[in-house]
Design a protein around this ligand. Structure first.
Ligand code: G16
Length: 543
């Protein structure tokens, strides 16, 4: 193999965010942009020589081309082997599984997750470490440091081989195995869940609608749900991945998954509805006419996970990101297991999972997962739900109502203000932070503030400290709001306002969510002066 050393210079802004480097596709396609970052992944992790990696992505525009570039660069940098999903396709959870199963040194995953794709959409690259999880900050910091001093990258002169056909080939000394994207993932799911019980459920007439949103879970869900488990043909909709996700926004929430919401609102709705995102790590769960919030879903899965073989008697602890509602805390408390609170970003669960401190993890942003891999996993959540419903017998809406009667309800919503000028967003956060010390004891919108802080996290395993992870204002009745700026956007800043109000076991659990939260919404507006700073009279997306 002849490889070429290409002289280059640092490119500004290659700092990984909440989940890897995400930019407009056009930015990633500028000459040298992808190459610089990939070289820095290798250089920032001690070089690629002799190492093995998993490579694949969610199939969005530029996925295939980027996969081929990475193969040529890995070979030129001396990598010993690559496991590549056929056509460069791997869901994020499937990639995490492959890294762990075949004990590779890590993986390069091409995805901007729930962000829209296509020529004018977003693209992303993230490095996952040998545990299968998103690289922790010490690694992303090292990669970023390399982007500031890079002088050259290496790339093989020869082509990347045929990634459309299953089998093996070599690029120089690097062996490339092109594998079926679904096989290993399905095997793992069969080990975790009671597939017989789920098949019996479907055989009895239970109906599901799974919206793959034209994204990567299409082939996974079709094979597993319709193929192996016997759900009726057509149960998976929007099942063929497309480079621009059918022109849609592959974010499984009630706003973007409107087709599913309409189907589940029909008189003849299926028993269970679900959706997953661009790269297959998020999930949205619905019953007939009912959206199950991700925070409630995490609480319910924790309460009933024992019905699945992999988790029966095995729950050692749970973890949630700080802005996620405290519904799961109540379940953990009753079960007598610890509940950890981490910053936003799946990478923060890695140490807890590796150290055996947590079994299930979840986030308000539609992510749920367990110790089976080191990523959140959309289809896993759907299968765990199906396993629970198959074994419990109640329908999902009844199960949730009974849960609220037993634990109380944490009303919850997130209000997003998108693409606001970065300076305005930062000014808002700075002004709020400066008031924190004076807030306890004051009354806002009829509610008294009990505590106000800027969340900092001391990792219980490696003792690392992560600061400024979101402002928390908690009121004396247990209600709270949290504000932080998103780390996954590609244009301007997105302000996220997370709102929560607890209503106890005997309270009214059937209120409209926004109405139930109205005092907290008013308090957030008053304290943060959102309209003054952003010029917006309301949120762009309410979920
Ligand atoms: C990523 C992270 C999640 C995080 C989410 C939202 O998800 O893996 O842990 O909750 O972004 O982050 P932010 O609020 O900073 O936009 P994904 O599915 O985009 O990889």
């Amino acid at each position: 193999m002849t490889s070429r050393i290409v002289q280059t210079t640092p490119i500004e802004g290659q700092k990984p965010g909440t989940s890897g480097l995400r930019k407009k596709t056009a930015v990633f396609r500028t000459p040298g942009y992808l190459e610089n970052f990939v070289q820095c992944i290798f250089d920032g992790t001690g070089g690629a020589a002799g190492k093995t990696y998993v490579v694949g992505g969610d199939g969005r525009f530029f996925n295939r081309e980027a996969t081929r570039t990475i193969i040529r660069m890995a070979a030129a940098n001396g990598a010993a082997g690559l496991i590549v999903g056929q056509n460069g396709i791997l869901s994020t959870p499937a990639a995490s599984n492959l890294i762990r199963k075949y004990k590779t040194d890590g993986g390069i995953i091409l995805s901007a997750s729930h962000n829209p794709g296509g020529e004018n959409g977003d693209f992303g690259v993230k490095f996952n470490a040998a545990n299968g999880g998103p690289a922790p900050e010490k690694i992303t910091d090292a990669i970023f440091a390399k982007t500031l001093e890079i002088k050259e990258y290496k790339i093989a002169e020869e082509g990347a081989g045929d990634i459309g056909t299953l089998g093996s080939f070599t690029v120089g000394d690097c062996k490339v195995d092109v594998i079926d994207s679904v096989d290993d993932y399905e095997t793992l799911m069969q080990e975790l869940f009671d597939f017989d019980a789920i098949s019996t459920l479907f055989a009895g007439g239970f109906r599901i609608c799974f919206d793959a949103m034209h994204a990567v879970t299409g082939p996974y869900a079709t094979r597993i749900l319709e193929g192996t488990l016997g759900a009726p043909k057509g149960s998976v909709i929007n099942a063929v991945p497309s480079p621009d996700f059918g022109g849609g926004h592959p974010d499984p929430n009630p706003v973007w998954a409107e087709e599913l919401v309409a189907i589940m609102g029909d008189d003849d709705a299926p028993d269970f509805g679900a959706a997953s995102d661009g790269d297959g790590d998020r999930n949205m769960i619905m019953g007939k006419g009912a959206f199950v919030s991700p925070s409630d879903s995490l609480a319910l899965l924790t309460a009933y996970a024992h019905l699945a073989p992999a988790y029966s008697g095995k729950l050692v602890g749970v973890a949630r990101s700080m802005p996620t509602s405290q519904a799961v805390d109540l379940v953990a408390e009753r079960m007598g297991i610890p509940c950890f609170e981490t910053p936003t970003g799946w990478k923060f669960f890695g140490n807890l999972l590796d150290a055996g401190k947590a079994t299930l993890c979840g986030e308000e942003s539609a992510g749920t997962g367990s110790n089976h891999i080191r990523e959140k996993d959309g289809l896993w959540a759907v299968l765990l739900w199906l396993n629970i419903l198959a074994r419990d017998g109640r329908d999902i809406v009844q199960l949730r109502a009974d849960h609220w009667r037993s634990f109380g309800r944490n009303y919850y919503s997130r209000h997003d203000y998108e693409e606001i000028p970065t300076e305005a967003a930062e000014a808002l956060m700075t002004a709020l932070r400066m008031r924190l010390a004076d807030l306890p004891g004051t009354t806002v919108a009829g509610m008294q503030v009990s505590t106000a802080d800027d969340f900092a996290y001391r990792d219980p395993v490696d003792r690392s400290l992560t600061e400024h992870q979101g402002v928390r204002i908690v009121f004396t009745d247990g209600s709270r709001f949290v504000m932080r700026l998103s780390g996954t956007g590609t244009q301007g800043a997105t302000l996220r306002v997370y709102l929560e109000r607890f209503v106890d076991r005997s309270g009214d659990h059937m209120q409209d969510v926004q109405v139930a939260l109205s005092p907290v919404i008013a308090a957030a507006d008053t304290l943060a002066e959102i309209t003054k700073h952003t010029g917006r009279s309301g949120a762009d997306v309410i979920t």
